[in-house]
Design a protein around this ligand. Sequence first.
Ligand SMILES: [Ca+2]
Length: 246
Amino acid sequence: MSSEIIKGLPRFAMAFQPIADTMTGAVFAQEALARGRDGEGAVSVFDKVPQSRRHLFESLCRQRALEAVKEIGLGETRISLNVSPEAVLDPEFGILETIRVARTLGLHERQLILEFTEKQKTADIRAIRDLIIPFRKRGMMVALDDFGAGYNGIQTLLELKPDVVKFDMGLINRIDTCEMQQTLISSLAEACSRLDIIVVAEGVETLPQARMLQSMGIALMQGYLFARPAVGLLPAPAEAVMAKLM
Ligand SMILES: [Ca+2]
């Protein structure tokens, strides 16, 4: 994109955080996360972007992330890109543009995951689902992000029919001690398995949490226990932690 378009937008870099497969040791995907110049999180970076330019900025983040993995080398893993549902259908800065960029860089749809977070109930999920059918047929995965938080609940799951569901940190943060979380999460994991939906637990921070999740059949995990987001590289999950879980 030209420097004229970028003018007035905050400076940012793309960081990556792995989603670890704790059964096989593989990295299921690397999630791309925007970071500010001084390491601020994605939310504070996006807060600096005027509302009218959010779609453009999101699109720019995805483009930078794709360019970065192209340079670093994605290997056998996938890249997971965040998309807000209200931006997906934007003809100029929506998902078609991101897929065009990915193709130009020589990446295949099966290397892509799109993570949808619904922050406000505005998106036409059915229209989104229809738009992405051809790419899903070619292997692109769709993830429902932050499941259990905000508007990302069961209705969105039913409408989007995602390949992957990411359980929000707030659902699993006391999984090792809270019986209510244990009952809820094991039931949800069981339901997802019967629907052929892959489960990822987000925000995993301790070994007891990870072990409890494994005992419920949840193998894919993301969080500080495994790796913090890092700029300029695709971090591997901590070896010592993986060794204890495999
Ligand atoms: Ca996400």
